[in-house]
Design a protein around this ligand. Structure first.
Ligand code: PRX
Length: 652
């Protein structure tokens, strides 16, 4: 926990408070603690009220059935997530409102009203049915940030086919693993997507993956609009591959939304854990939609006229909950952008904010730290006065970055919501309510109304600093790990009885505020991306030269954490700068560029305890350039000294 302790020291010096600005509070949905208090007195009735704001084909019989660790929310109820995101607004007279504004990296744009988006989703839903996809069948989605990503997700939801979105930066191997784990029947991809001026070859990756995916019957390919040539520059396998535009041209007005059981699977989303194999986090329909709807409304203080931009990728949970389901369930106008923040220059995000009049902006601390590094002249070059609320998610934000964000993006007038949650929680759990809660830089503040959190020690007693725990079931909680309920129990529910273990360390101030410090397990958070150390280690030992590998996170100014890989080589192999490049590239090819180690340190031996356990704490200290703690339990203390010397030699 050494890096956590360092962060704790920083935070203890942080005593600034930022109350909600009066002008903001005047029109905010929530302006005081009353909702929190009423939710506390009866959380079940509170969540039931939120669910009542959605459209149900059939009302539920029971709000919550809790048989730890399994919950059923709104049992007996029937609803459709896509219907709630689209038809409900069209039927309510908002069909002409802009639902989605999209801008591609090269500057091409598209706009969809709610009526247009509903029609497109219904057409693609029908197209999937025509391909033989049935309720309950899994559909894999591997797309760039183009409207079809949201359309494909909603089309799946409309016909009751759970989707599994795989981030477009993942390698063919990673894609294949996820497709196979879910036995998906159809893969939706594109001929490419733009990133920093170049085209990411998604279809080629998809072809490489599908070669080892026996359950895939069809690959639907979106022709990324704005491409210079006819979409004929990718190979299409006859009988298997079909163009998206051909499919939707063939179908009529499209299909109706299927009434789904509240506990029917809405989607699977894979995330890294402490083993080499990613977990398929399972989210169901009624509870998930209720909590993403509620949190979007209150945390972002969403209003009819807002233009809302969440910069995440749909391949992550933030994209699922706060680009697609939460904002659209609220009938919001959302902005979606395809590319990089520094293309063609470092002012791109701020030009987008000005051009579309963005009022709510939600991004990751790693991005904010990059903006800081690039300099305040970039945001200063655009008119950001329409912004009224800022958010952060994905990792702890250092107070310095918070203050910079507040001043340079928010003009000192916008509240910041630092939202703590996870793929597993499905929706925001700990967060300020911007019109009610005093913000403190670096703290996610208090649980959302209806959520109960605590900090516990190993024995389950409440402490000031320890493990973050959720003590009551919540509507958008994961229901299981796909195909592996034992892993669900072991990972999240085996530490304490009936209490959820989040895997994060946290501390609590005298005011009750939560300060999330970071992971306490072998999961890294690199630029807001969750990566398991074991996954990277498996990728390294997959290389012919590597005998053993140990991966740790080290402090990184922009990314938060960077990957340092300690590697011992097989007999007869010698470490070299060339081999380091090769190994880093090997990991990028096996998993995806996000997992590429920042550095590879060749070691004759790894520091181990006498029982043979690798001492990662020591490796972390070496990578962070820190003084080493206790090394007396090492089998061979000399190993560490040699490594330290080697490490500082390589750095210089
Ligand atoms: O360590 C916490 C960190 O991100 C982890 C969850 O990662 P993932 O499932 O990929 O979801 C990210 C987007 C919700 C958590 O266990 N984390 C997320 N938000 C915060 C955070 N750490 C500190 N403060 C946050 N606001």
């Amino acid at each position: 926990m050494t890096s956590l302790e360092g962060r704790l020291d920083d935070l203890l010096r942080e005593d600034r408070a930022f109350p909600p600005p009066e002008t903001f509070r005047e029109s905010a949905h929530v302006t005081d603690d009353r909702p929190r208090e009423s939710a506390e007195s009866d959380p079940v009735a509170y969540w039931e009220r939120w669910a009542g704001e959605l459209h149900w084909f059939r009302r539920w019989d029971t709000v919550l059935i809790w048989e730890p660790p399994h919950a059923r929310w709104f049992d007996g109820g029937r609803l459709n997530a896509a219907f709630n995101c689209l038809d409900r607004h069209v039927d309510g007279g908002k069909g002409g409102k802009t639902a989605l504004i999209w801008e591609g990296e090269p500057g091409d744009t598209r706009r969809y009203t709610y009526a247009e988006l509903r029609d497109e989703v219904a057409r693609f839903g029908q197209a999937l049915l025509d391909l033989g996809v049935r309720r309950g069948d899994r559909v894999a989605i591997y797309l760039p940030m183009i409207p079809e990503a949201a359309i494909a997700m909603l089309a799946c939801a409309r016909i009751g086919a759970p989707h599994s979105v795989i981030f477009g930066g993942f390698s063919p191997d990673s894609l294949a693993d996820r497709i196979n784990d879910a036995s998906a029947r159809v893969l939706v991809t594109a001929d490419g997507g733009y990133r920093r001026g170049g085209l990411v070859p998604l279809k080629a990756n998809a072809d490489a993956a599908v070669a080892s995916c026996p359950t895939i019957e069809h690959v639907v390919v979106v022709a990324r609009e704005g491409r210079p040539a006819e979409p004929n520059n990718v190979a299409m396998a006859p009988g298997r591959d079909v163009w998206y535009h051909d499919l939707v041209a063939r179908v009529g007005a499209g299909c109706e939304a299927v009434p789904m059981e509240a506990e029917d699977l809405l989607f699977i989303l894979y995330t890294s854990g402490t083993t080499g194999k990613p977990k398929g986090v399972v989210h169901t329909t009624g509870g998930y939609l209720t909590q993403v709807y509620a949190t979007t409304r209150w945390v972002f203080d969403l209003k009819e006229e807002d233009v809302y931009w969440c910069t995440a990728d749909v391949g992550w949970i933030t994209g699922h909950s706060y680009i697609v389901y939460g904002p659209l369930a609220n009938g919001a106008t959302i902005l979606m952008y395809e590319g990089a923040p520094d293309h063609p220059d470092r002012g791109r995000f701020w030009e987008l904010c000005e051009k579309y009049g963005v009022t709510i902006f939600y991004t990751a601390p790693t991005a904010i730290r990059a903006f800081m590094k690039w300099g305040e002249e970039w945001p200063a070059g655009s008119d950001l006065t329409r912004l009224r609320l800022l958010g952060t998610v994905g990792e702890p934000i250092n107070p310095e970055a918070w203050i910079w964000y507040h001043r340079n993006i928010g003009g000192g007038r916008c509240p910041i919501v630092d939202t703590w949650w996870q793929t597993e929680t499905g929706a925001i759990m700990i967060t300020p309510l911007p019109g009610a809660t005093d913000a403190r830089p670096g703290s996610a503040t208090l649980p959302f109304p209806g959520i109960e959190a605590a900090i516990l020690d190993d024995s389950g007693s409440e402490v000031d600093a320890g493990y973050l725990a959720i003590t009551l079931p919540w509507p958008s909680m994961l229901r299981t790990v796909y195909g592996d309920d034992a892993r669900y129990r072991d990972t999240y529910w085996s530490k304490w009885d009936g209490v959820y273990f989040a895997g994060d360390g946290a501390k609590r101030g005298a005011d009750g505020y939560f300060w999330v410090l970071g992971r306490v397990d072998d999961v890294l958070n690199v630029a807001g991306h969750r990566i398991g150390t074991m996954e990277v280690e498996s990728a390294l030992v997959d290389h012919g030269a590597v005998a053993e590998a140990a991966v740790v996170g080290r402090v990184h100014e922009v990314k938060g954490e960077a990957i340092a890989a300690f590697v011992t080589l097989k007999e007869g192999r010698k470490g070299s700068a060339q081999l380091e490049i090769e190994l880093r590239a090997h990991v990028a090819t096996k998993i995806g560029p996000i997992a590429r180690p920042e550095e590879v340190i060749f070691a004759a031996d790894l520091p181990k305890t006498r029982s043979g356990k690798i001492m990662r704490r020591l490796l972390r200290d070496i990578a962070d350039g820190k003084a080493l703690g206790d090394t007396t339990t090492l089998a061979d203390p000399a190993v560490v000294e040699t490594l330290k010397e080697r490490y500082s030699g390589q750095e210089g």
